[in-house]
Design a protein around this ligand. Sequence first.
Ligand code: ATP
Length: 267
Amino acid sequence: MPDKTPPVLDVDGLTVAYDRHPVLDGLDLTVRQGESVALTGSNGSGKSTLIKAVLGLTAAQSGAIRLFGTDRRRFKSHSRVGYVPQRSTLHGNIPVTVKETVAAGRLNRRLPGLPPRAADRRAVRDAIASVDLAELADRPMSDLSGGQQQRAYIARALAGEPELLIMDEPTVGVDAGTQELLARVVADRLDHGCTLLLVTHETGPLNGYLTRTVHLHGGEKAYDGPTIGLHGHDDEPACLHPGGEAEAPAATAHDVPGQLFEKGRDR
Ligand SMILES: Nc1ncnc2c1ncn2[C@@H]1O[C@H](COP(=O)(O)OP(=O)(O)OP(=O)(O)O)[C@@H](O)[C@H]1O
């Protein structure tokens, strides 16, 4: 029976190439409201490229991307999408405080030309508190450790109260406590109906919350189905042979009540 839950993200035949070398090759992906999806794949398999194409940060050669049913090129409801970039792309030496950084994530929700309303101030305060940075809110970002800066950028994405939260490897280089904290944040967002797309190599404490895994290999989906465990530091789902060839998953979402399953492309 077709799933009636509205798609939050629809990627159709997406091809992205750098210097004529295709990184994504006709990729299809549908993420529906309330799903929590782990996007996995080896280094260079195109995970960040997919995220950047979805956000309009990199150009696609062909294919279509729809966000909340609207073609990405016409999509203007930017506050509906929160984004935490990969940590290596972030610069911590900018002369702004934690609060100012987080408040930037609220700009799309604010009324143009008017000062922040009580709801805006509260959203920023709550986002900072949710990542345990209240005591550092007035400190410059440059005073923070790398892991604390990462938490500030997560808070920035939360401040806009997004319906779709996209995080690119948020657990890289952060300690176990921060990973637990992130798992709590994710659980809370999912409880509020948020949809989650998370690029990861190993999910750690987040594992229990990521119900679906999409694994990229060779520019295509090699696996798309229930999260059934990752091989420690090897980022292949357990349903893949060591060589990366997909075999039929032990269980599909059709076997798991309430779980969504979007069939992978034929290889
Ligand atoms: N702006 C760019 N110009 C040229 N090549 C690029 C660019 N961005 C990415 N690439 C190349 O595209 C491929 C996919 O990169 P991407 O960052 O999407 O991979 P990834 O799966 O996110 O990798 P990782 O797990 O290491 O973060 C890599 O070979 C990378 O070198």
